[in-house]
Ligand binder design. Structure first.
Ligand code: PAF
Length: 283
């Protein structure tokens, strides 16, 4: 497995390949990331993962400084999956000067849900993803692939929208969320949970399932359902940012009685102790 630290190293190495399949990550890899890498291996003629904790997508009070950096074990795990190339630039390499040009996504998609609670998050994500695409794909002559997890559902939608609007020659693949046997969505931030919190954390996916089942069961007063779901989690000690049912197509609230199963997604974000978790369920 080749490890590139600079753009020059990466581009020189990538010039040998035609169809890269790319998995962007911030490291601290878990089985969810590895499933993305395994899928990427089926797509192109070279599999690339990036490891870069992107300061631009963290708010000042968030966990940028303490975000786990586990480079050695990440590389071992990537190698075991058959990843060919790791791009691990330093901040000075990726942002050699203040990144004043940024990609500002459409507010209707990016200022709701996660974007509402983490203002600027999707600008940070789009800017780094655009930049990583320029680094990883600049030498490619054939089809370029990038693989993202549906765990970050809104991120996947925003990236797809960016790729469409800028006509980027990149095919985006969204993969289902990997979960523990109990149903907890795998996340780098699960690492912050105590053993007792890990048990409780499953309740976020339970709340989403209950929400979806109620809608499928014919209850169409979404405001009341969402309110009830948030109240039930709060009663267990969670601080709920949102628990909501949206249209998959644009993440807007569905019109009352104007929706069908197969078009919706339940999304949630809530804090358990000091750890903020997100999850979603298509239905
Ligand atoms: O999903 C992530 O880990 C990050 O948001 C990403 C896509 C690697 C951009 O920093």
């Amino acid at each position: 497995m080749y490890i590139a630290r600079t753009l020059e190293e990466l581009r020189q190495h990538m010039a040998r390949f035609d169809q890269p399949a790319f998995v962007p990550t911030m490291g601290n890899l878990h089985e969810g990331h590895l499933a993305l890498v395994r899928h990427a291996r089926t797509l192109g003629d070279v599999t690339v993962a990036s490891i870069f904790v992107n300061r631009l997508q963290f708010l000042p009070h968030e966990d940028f400084d303490t975000y786990p950096r586990t480079f050695e074990s990440d590389c071992e795990r990537l190698q075991a999956q058959g990843c060919d190339v790791v791009f691990a630039p330093s901040e000075a390499t990726l942002y050699p000067e203040a990144q004043t040009f940024k990609v500002h996504p459409d507010a209707a998609l990016a200022d709701v849900l996660e974007g509402h609670f983490r203002p600027g998050f999707f600008t940070g994500v789009c800017t780094v993803v655009m930049k990583l695409f320029q680094c990883v794909f600049s030498e490619a002559r054939g089809q370029r692939h990038a693989v993202f997890g549906k765990k970050d559902y809104q991120q996947l939608m925003v990236v797809r929208h960016m790729v469409r609007q800028f006509a980027l020659p990149v095919q985006i693949h969204g993969l289902d969320t990997e979960r523990t046997a109990e149903g907890l969505a795998l996340s780098s931030r699960n690492h912050y949970l105590s053993a007792a919190e890990k048990q409780e954390a499953i309740q976020l996916s339970v709340a989403l399932k209950t929400l979806a089942a109620s809608v499928l069961g014919g209850e169409h007063n979404l405001n009341a359902l969402e309110h009830h779901a948030a109240h039930a989690l709060a009663a267990r000690g969670w601080q709920v940012d949102y628990l909501t049912v949206r249209r998959r197509a644009d993440l807007q609230p569905p019109a009352p009685n104007g929706f069908r199963a197969g078009e919706l997604v339940a999304l949630g974000a809530a804090r358990l102790g000091s750890t903020r978790l997100i999850d979603n369920l298509e239905f």
